[in-house]
Write a protein that binds this ligand. Structure first.
Ligand code: GTP
Ligand code: MG
Length: 251
């Protein structure tokens, strides 16, 4: 049976390009892999989806039929996506891949914080499941920003209740800062010392408290860095995915 990998993250964090690289990676290494696009608002994608929510839900039709603007139609489409699971499952079962890479909507709140995303992840039939949360490297330039995106990653994990791998995307754009960012993710001590150097004392202390709470609760992010442009780090993501998927804990 299939191993399903859900790609989540903030808008523009590189989910769709990573989806295209991962599916290619698994194809190159001999696995039968397919993509599922769950973003009803996607206009162009850097891959040709094998299964596509846009074949079931048309934003233009929703806008016209219900007198909605683009945001209203996106919310409605996200909620309706859950009602299409049976048909999508049938397409997956017919294809019967080794790996299913699922690209999710740009608006993370529509997927993770409304009902359809958690419903999709828990009800999709797969042998094992893992979720990637993409930290956009260009958004974590300071330790306080790093803590705020870590909180978002934790909130998404709370909602999706799925084994989560945190990935730093666009590593090629932060070459000079990469080591520092990975240190914040890998060591509470490094993060606290970076936070201590922040000018804003109030928010530095708040960030320390929050990062300690996350570490205590087992939510310390740990990051695997990747570039979908140079492919640097893709092998490390595949290794992390393999460890998580082989645990099969999500069944
Ligand atoms: N330099 C660089 N650019 C990247 C990388 N990954 C993605 N991008 C660029 O970042 C932009 C957004 O990438 P997407 O893959 O569309 O991101 P997304 O998260 O799917 O975006 P939405 O679905 O719109 O939220 C595009 O211009 C990509 O070419 C990367 O590793 N390095
Ligand atoms: Mg996308």
């Amino acid at each position: 049976m299939v191993k399903a990998i859900f790609i989540t993250g903030t808008a523009g964090s590189g989910k769709s390009l990573l989806t295209s690289r991962l599916v290619q990676w698994y194809r190159d290494t001999g696995g039968y892999s397919i993509t599922l696009n769950l973003d009803p608002g996607a206009i162009t994608l850097p891959y040709e989806p094998d299964i596509d929510i846009r074949n079931y839900l048309d934003l233009g039709v929703l806008m016209e039929s219900y007198g909605l603007g683009p945001n209203g139609a996106l919310i409605m489409a996200s909620d309706l996506a859950a009602t299409k699971l049976d048909e999508i499952q049938q397409e997956i079962d017919e294809a019967n891949p080794d790996y299913l890479i699922v690209d999710t909507p740009g608006q993370i709140e529509l997927f993770a914080f409304r009902a359809s995303g958690p419903y999709f992840i828990s009800n999709l039939q797969a042998d094992s499941k893992a979720t990637i949360f993409a930290f956009d490297a260009t958004l974590v330039s300071s330790p306080i920003n790093f803590v705020s995106i870590s909180l978002l990653a934790s909130a998404v994990r709370l909602r999706l209740k799925s084994a989560q791998i945190n990935v730093l995307t666009k590593r090629d754009l932060v070459i000079d800062k990469l080591k520092e960012i990975l240190d914040w993710a890998g060591s509470t001590q490094a993060l606290e010392s970076a936070l201590s150097s922040e000018k804003d004392v109030e928010y530095s202390l708040l960030s320390k408290d929050l990062s300690r709470s996350m570490a205590r609760a087992g939510f310390a992010p740990g990051l695997v860095a990747v570039s979908s442009t140079t492919m640097n780090g893709l092998v490390n993501i595949a290794a992390a995915l393999s460890r998580t998927l082989n645990l099969g804990e999500d069944g």
